[in-house]
Write a protein that binds this ligand. Sequence first.
Ligand SMILES: C[S@@+](CC[C@H](N)C(=O)[O-])C[C@H]1O[C@@H](n2cnc3c(N)ncnc32)[C@H](O)[C@@H]1O
Ligand SMILES: [Zn+2]
Length: 361
Amino acid sequence: MLGDSLEEEITFTVPKNVFYNPQMTLCRSISSLAVGAVKQDLELVDAFCATGIRGIRYVKENKNVTHITFLDIEKTAITAAKKNAKTNNLKFDAKYGNISKLAFELTADFLEIDPFGTPSPYLVDAFRFFNPKKTAYLSITATDVAVLCGARMAPCLKNYHAKPLNNEFTHETGLRILIKRIAEVAAEFNMGIEPLISFSDKHYLKTILKVSRSADLVHKSMKELGHVYYCNTCGFRGFSQFPQPCTKCNKETDFAGPLWLGELHNPSFLKTMKTLNSKRNYSEKDEISHMLSLMENEVGMPPYYYNIHVLSKFLRRGQIPKIDTIISRLQKDFKATRTHFSNISIKTNAPYDKILEAMEC
Ligand SMILES: C[S@@+](CC[C@H](N)C(=O)[O-])C[C@H]1O[C@@H](n2cnc3c(N)ncnc32)[C@H](O)[C@@H]1O
Ligand SMILES: [Zn+2]
């Protein structure tokens, strides 16, 4: 027994052999804000619950969770989740077993998928929980960042049916490959996807999506799939249904995909989350507010970012202006912003030559 722990305002017990990572507190806080930002009552399943801290926080911090079920394949975890839910005065159900079996028995409006490593083997299971629903919400964490953002193609092809690109904006392509795979599985269940918030932090990638049963929405989602391509010679990048040669130096490009080229976030959903965050006393309140603002600025931008230090190498410049100077120069004629993905990178819709021009000292 590791004893009592405290996360935000929740006291809970972490027994030996039951997983708990305090570094994921920010992820749980952002996800809890997302639960609260959904404007409907939710029956929620915390499908990889471990101590239950995630689901307990979702219920205690939000008024719209009407029922919660904890689920875990380990008996020790389910025992801990039950104990912690009772200590926190929750009404709940708890199921011990494999999600792949329980998916046929349970339903959810909001499903939390937070496994070790890749979520890919559980995506089909996830959509079974939504079987009778027209609309539902899916929250997915992937900690196999080395695969999604990796230099090696084979593991990513195996798990996500896509080629990764291990370059300066790899965290965004990794996230977009994950969302693509979710869109494909959703399509098999006649559901279209709409990402509400998607982000990269520390050692994980996270996306929370609205999924809706509609053939039209499925087609719309499938049309958002394509490729991002990148010229290793000059740093030019672009996106389209299929990879293209470099338009700057005519060289062959490397590429990532297929991946999701649509929006990563819904701006009005982010706004609601920001308002909720301002009313809560999370320990990482300011960081969350900052991240949500950056994500708001990312809406409507191309599906990659520019690391200004990497660009300086392509420019062969030792000295470059400050990042805010580059952004304000670009903002005269284009959209340009910092990005939550990296604090030395920018997102902009400016053509590549104009970006390089803005980097002259
Ligand atoms: C990363 S931990 C979950 C952490 C937790 N959600 C949190 O925020 O603290 C993954 C959990 O999933 C459970 N698990 C692994 N495979 C499973 C499966 N096939 N079905 C259900 N639970 C599973 C493990 O026992 C473990 O407790
Ligand atoms: Zn080039």
